[in-house]
Design a binder for this molecule. Structure first.
Ligand code: PBE
Length: 270
């Protein structure tokens, strides 16, 4: 199999996810930026549909090119996947996941703000929850609760200096991916232990940013920067408080199984 065959074999199609995702927007940019991707298409559907296409391809050892990211259980389940080099840097290098709060949260709900500001964890923590949920069939919520029980030291860092409250309401606005279901569930659990009443609302990326900017939602733990959600971030950047990263070392890009003998986006053919 030479690279020409791969391009033809995948029918000049990248298997993507939801239309509203940052990685979808970024991949449309890659299709414009790379001459070798002239005539290629990004097939948009859902993360679940992409995962089942990937399962099928791996079973048959057939070529597939997906829009992939870390943290994600794909890399835990299929360690033999690799990112294609991106010499034009369309997908950036390392991404971080940031916490953004509505303006005024700090003044209105200082205890909540403090806890949210202190929340940060590692790729392995998040990926562990996602993978465990995938493997056991248990809901992310349930696995996240167990994680909170099992990680008192981390939780103690986040709640340091935070006083208990009585039923103060907090709305976490989030995206529907497992990564953000994990972070939101963990923070919800920790906040509820401090006496907050927390709702998690999963919506499209665009709506996450609109909601924090307008003050409808209190906080999101789901902003992937500097590349994935750049457009949304730039659009609203004066209308929210950026509390900094809650996770370092995320990544997005085009991903293929290692049995495919290509290394770079530029190995693809128009
Ligand atoms: N993702 C996972 C999302 C953010 C979290 C990379 C698929 C995206 O907006 O692309």
């Amino acid at each position: 199999n030479v690279p020409d065959d791969y391009s033809n074999a995948v029918d000049y199609t990248i298997t993507g996810i939801e239309p509203g995702a940052g990685i979808t927007v970024t991949t449309e940019k890659a299709l414009d930026a790379y001459d070798c991707l002239k005539g290629w298409e990004l097939e948009q559907s859902s993360t679940a549909a992409m995962a089942s296409e990937l399962d099928k391809a791996i079973e048959n050892k057939s070529p597939i090119i997906i829009t992939g990211w870390n943290p994600h259980w794909t890399f835990a389940k299929y360690p033999d996947m690799k990112y294609l080099d991106d010499p034009k840097g369309v997908y950036g290098d390392v991404e971080q996941i940031k916490t953004l709060a509505r303006k005024g949260l700090k003044a209105d709900k200082p205890e909540a703000y403090k806890l949210l500001d202190q929340f940060h964890w590692e790729v392995e923590d998040m990926e562990g929850i996602m993978y465990e949920s995938k493997e056991s069939g248990k809901d992310i919520d349930e696995v996240a609760k167990k994680w909170v029980e099992d990680n008192p030291d981390k939780v103690a860092e986040w709640t340091k200096g935070v006083s208990d409250v009585e039923g103060e309401e907090i709305e976490i606005v989030s995206t529907p991916w497992d990564s953000e279901r994990a972070s939101s569930s963990v923070v919800k659990e920790v906040m509820e232990q401090k006496g907050f009443k927390v709702t998690v609302t999963p919506v499209d990326v665009a709506v996450v940013f609109e909601s924090i900017a307008s003050g409808d939602g209190d906080v999101t733990l789901a902003a992937w920067m500097p590349v994935t959600h750049k457009e949304f971030y730039e659009k609203y950047k004066d209308e929210f408080d950026d509390l900094g990263e809650n996770l370092k070392g995320a990544k997005i890009g085009l991903v293929v199984p290692k049995y495919m003998d290509i290394d770079s986006i530029e190995d693809l053919k128009p």
